[in-house]
Design a binder for this molecule. Sequence first.
Ligand SMILES: NC(=O)c1ccc[n+]([C@@H]2O[C@H](COP(=O)([O-])OP(=O)(O)OC[C@H]3O[C@@H](n4cnc5c(N)ncnc54)[C@H](O)[C@@H]3O)[C@@H](O)[C@H]2O)c1
Length: 273
Amino acid sequence: MRELSGKVAVVTGAASGIGRAMAVRFAGEGMTLMLADVDHGGLAETAALAGDGKVLTQITDVSDAAAVRHLANRCFGEFGAVHVLCNNAGVFQGGHMWTRGEEDFAWLLGVNLWGVLHGIHEFVPRMIEQDTEGHIVNTVSVAGLFASQGTGGYALTKYAALAASQSLAQDLVATGSKLRVTALCPGAVRTRIGDSERVRPPGHADTPTPDELDRRESISRAAQDGMDPSEVAGLVVTAIQEERFLLLTDPGYAARLRLQTETLLTGHLPGHR
Ligand SMILES: NC(=O)c1ccc[n+]([C@@H]2O[C@H](COP(=O)([O-])OP(=O)(O)OC[C@H]3O[C@@H](n4cnc5c(N)ncnc54)[C@H](O)[C@@H]3O)[C@@H](O)[C@H]2O)c1
């Protein structure tokens, strides 16, 4: 989809980080925006940063199907169409696989995987029916390509989000749809992802263990030194315009992916040969 001006974009997780940067960039491209998040104050700040264009906000927990349905109803009701859907909301928690409990996995899966699936289910049929060009951007992560120690709970949601994105893209092509998909796989980006606990719902109590706290700290440090979110937003706009499926924010990941595949094919554990 080359032309973004005058089109409608929905961004989840828009109160902070990459979602906020995409919202601001889309506004700069002349798009109409529907911004969703669980953080009311952050959403209002993003709306202010997005400027004078048409911007609506809605408190939405993406892990809740009814909330995402309500978001879609409001969006199509107010704007009559959606051209870019960014399933971006996400949370991080680290820790060894055996120290994480059901509540941890439920929280991560709820936001990072069900959030994407609810977005697909509630928006894509109506976007197909619209019969216009359109694009779905699912924020995955390099953790969806390279499972590493201490990030298993997060990585498994991102591997699944990548699979969902690839299957969605194949389904759309196979059915002759004009919609396209990008799986955004950023490395470290300067956001609040290392402090995801701030939005953890009370029903999903944390069970902090040294391995978890250690991983949280290292992710926060990596994010601090990471890419500026506005750069990621710029890459997303190009990926939409060039209909690029896999968006890696660092050119070095291609070589790493090749190496990982070669290592796996020898039957060895990547990173431990
Ligand atoms: N920052 C990085 O280094 C990095 C790297 C790879 C992938 N990502 C992914 O980027 C996406 C955006 O994260 P970010 O880095 O901007 O972090 P962030 O914490 O700055 O922003 C995440 C946003 O998601 C919102 N959110 C959390 N739970 C939600 C829910 N249930 N419903 C709706 N909104 C919810 C938060 O309130 C927040 O505004 C996530 O999917 C994350 O996994 C981030």
